[in-house]
Write a protein that binds this ligand. Structure first.
Ligand SMILES: C[S@@+](CC[C@H](N)C(=O)[O-])C[C@H]1O[C@@H](n2cnc3c(N)ncnc32)[C@H](O)[C@@H]1O
Length: 277
């Protein structure tokens, strides 16, 4: 019975995925880019049309087309647009960067785009657990771009405070929630690595209970947050504290943004150790 329900579900999802939708009348550039609905089979033709007409960048359309056709119903549209936008932002600021580590990598699409934008770039993804979709995405896209199989993965729980980067690596993280962003900054400062960070979840009432088994997961680690006093002042205060800390550590710091239609958590901290242009 359970098997029958599973098979029926799969058939229904496949049929639904191929149905034309109102969105399919629009060029890809006019889609709702922050939608959490998954790319579907019918989207592949739209990417192809948008690519042919020059409506959207080639690479975005190619990757979007492959995911829609070969992994329908698995990847939210937002993930595609966001990963591409962040990868372009990294590329704008660090076009020569040959090594990248993406913390809190999730489905790993940012790392894959970074590898696609510069074949030969060494990309390492890290998350507390590599999700199954990350494996499938990499395998699917690597059938079209074989060098993507070189993107490596590590499982590491940031709360243990063991993140490491080489100073030849650019540290990146897209939507590392709350203190995960602070720990990513801590790591970049320690290793004197350039960094592109899009924080999210600026907690105004942060809970950071003592956990003896996580001794490094503590306010002491991020003095710029002043034991939570800065958090209570809200998002921009947290942002300022982080950028000031980077500047005090000898980094040149800038801000950049991705399209707010993709996410309202669209502010990026871009920093590099001074004198490393
Ligand atoms: C909001 S998601 C962002 C995922 C991806 N970067 C993106 O932009 O789609 C946050 C990610 O942080 C990861 N994460 C949460 N807690 C973590 C921890 N303690 N150590 C490492 N990764 C963690 C989650 O597994 C998740 O993939």
């Amino acid at each position: 019975m359970a098997l029958l329900a599973l098979v029926l579900g799969m058939i229904l999802r496949a049929v639904a995925g191929a149905q034309p939708l109102a969105r399919h009348e629009l060029p890809v550039s006019m889609w709702r880019k922050g939608s959490k609905n998954c790319l579907s089979k019918g989207d592949a033709a739209c990417f192809e049309r948008s690519r042919a007409s020059g409506d959207c960048g080639d690479l975005l359309c190619q990757v979007g087309g492959v995911i829609s056709a070969e992994l329908p119903g698995r990847v939210p549209r937002k993930e595609l647009f966001e990963a591409f936008a962040v990868a372009e932002l990294v590329e704008r600021h660090f076009p020569e960067q040959r090594e990248v580590v993406d913390f809190c990598a999730g489905c790993g699409l940012l790392g894959l785009f970074l590898a696609l934008l510069k074949p030969g770039r060494k990309v390492r993804c890290s998350d507390k657990k590599q999700p199954a979709i990350a494996r499938r995405l990499q395998a699917t896209l690597a059938r079209h771009w074989p060098h993507l199989s070189q993107v490596s993965w590590e499982e590491e729980d940031i709360r243990y405070g063991n993140l490491q980067a080489a100073n030849s690596e650019l540290v990146t993280a897209c939507h590392a929630c709350s203190f995960l962003s602070d720990e990513v900054l801590f790591c970049a400062i320690e290793s004197r690595s350039p960094v592109v960070l899009l924080p999210c979840c600026y907690e105004k009432v942060p809970a950071l209970p003592e956990r003896p088994w996580l001794p490094k997961w503590s306010w002491k680690r991020w003095p710029w947050l002043e034991g939570g006093a800065v958090n209570r002042l809200g998002r921009m205060a947290i942002h300022r504290a982080r950028t000031q800390r980077l500047a005090a550590a000898g980094f040149e710091v800038a801000e950049d943004f991705i399209d707010p239609e993709i996410s309202n958590m669209n502010l990026a901290i871009v920093a590099r150790p001074a004198g490393t242009h």
